[in-house]
Ligand binder design. Structure first.
Ligand code: SF4
Ligand code: SF4
Length: 277
């Protein structure tokens, strides 16, 4: 099994377009699982017209206070590094649930064992099938903040069945935060998708630095390529001793496929297939 990430420092560069088109193309000859790990805004199922079915609820542990046991010492507030507890000495602690990341420092530090564990629903795992490929995605509930827990639960599901596939394609969120790092765990190759804009260049630099730090091999895919307009990206990748592996043209046909919600077909996707096979 080859686990490959489709990633990119910037949102809107076409990661999902590449991931879905590549998954469908690979699925013609291989057993493929497409993983939508952009849990804040999953959209691969929309691009592929796949109806998803909820298979699991994701829970996050959160602390619960027993005020009968609380001596109002204020320690739980002192140890919480994300300011989820407000407890000046002599006053009852106030818990701001949305900010809690479930680290457990307050539970461990309370001298009177007034804090125990509870849980809250923060997201869901969905599965589906279409275009000859299997599909799994995670989705963070609206107003929840800790997306990496949903990505972690998603990757745990992938671990259970991933070995039975020839290819597992992980479509990550944009950026270089914890949820992206979680999604990149276990992948052997990453496709860094970018676009020929100053923002594309800036954010490509960030994702390449992250991939290098994590020791993950990568190839660079330039989307919306137009002759003469990619000089800054070409110069930027040279700094990493690399060149652009595949250029996806800026074309009306690709835009139409994207807007109609059908997998993109283009020679450049064939080139990416050859790159990963
Ligand atoms: S650490 Fe325990 S006893 Fe102290 S304020 Fe927090 S809950 Fe109360
Ligand atoms: S579990 Fe961690 S983040 Fe949550 S309130 Fe306690 S110390 Fe703060």
């Amino acid at each position: 099994m080859k686990q490959i990430a489709v990633t990119g420092g910037k949102g809107g560069t076409g990661k999902s377009t590449v991931a879905t088109a590549l998954a469908v193309l690979l699925g013609k000859e291989h057993k493929v699982l497409l993983v939508d790990a952009d849990v804040d805004c999953p959209n691969d199922h929309l691009l592929l017209g796949i109806k998803r079915k909820k298979v699991k609820t994701v829970w996050q542990r959160i602390p619960r206070w027993d005020m009968e046991k609380c001596t109002k010492c204020g320690l739980c507030s002192t140890v919480c590094k994300v300011n989820a507890v407000f407890a000046p000495k002599g006053r009852k602690p106030i818990f701001m649930q949305q900010q809690c990341n479930g680290c457990g420092a307050c539970v461990l530090s309370c001298p009177t064992k007034a804090i125990s564990w509870s849980g809250k629903e923060i997201g869901y795992i969905y599965k589906g099938r279409g275009h000859g490929i299997d599909f799994i995605s995670g989705e963070l509930k609206v107003n929840e903040a800790v997306s990496e827990f949903v990505v972690d639960a998603l990757k745990e599901e992938v671990k259970k069945t991933g070995k039975s596939y020839d290819f597992v394609l992980v479509d990550t969120a944009a950026g270089t935060h914890c949820d992206v790092i979680e999604a990149l765990k276990g992948v052997s190759l990453a496709l860094a998708v970018t676009e020929p804009t100053p923002l594309g260049e800036h954010d490509l630099e960030l994702i390449l630095q992250l991939l290098e730090k994590l020791g993950i091999g990568f190839e660079i895919v330039l989307n919306r390529f137009e002759e003469g307009k990619a000089k800054m990206i070409e110069a930027s990748v040279v700094k990493h001793g690399r060149k652009i592996a595949v250029r996806i043209p800026y074309s009306k046909q690709i835009m139409e496929a994207y807007s109609r919600g059908v997998p993109v077909k283009d020679n450049s996707i064939e080139e990416i297939r050859r790159l990963v096979e």
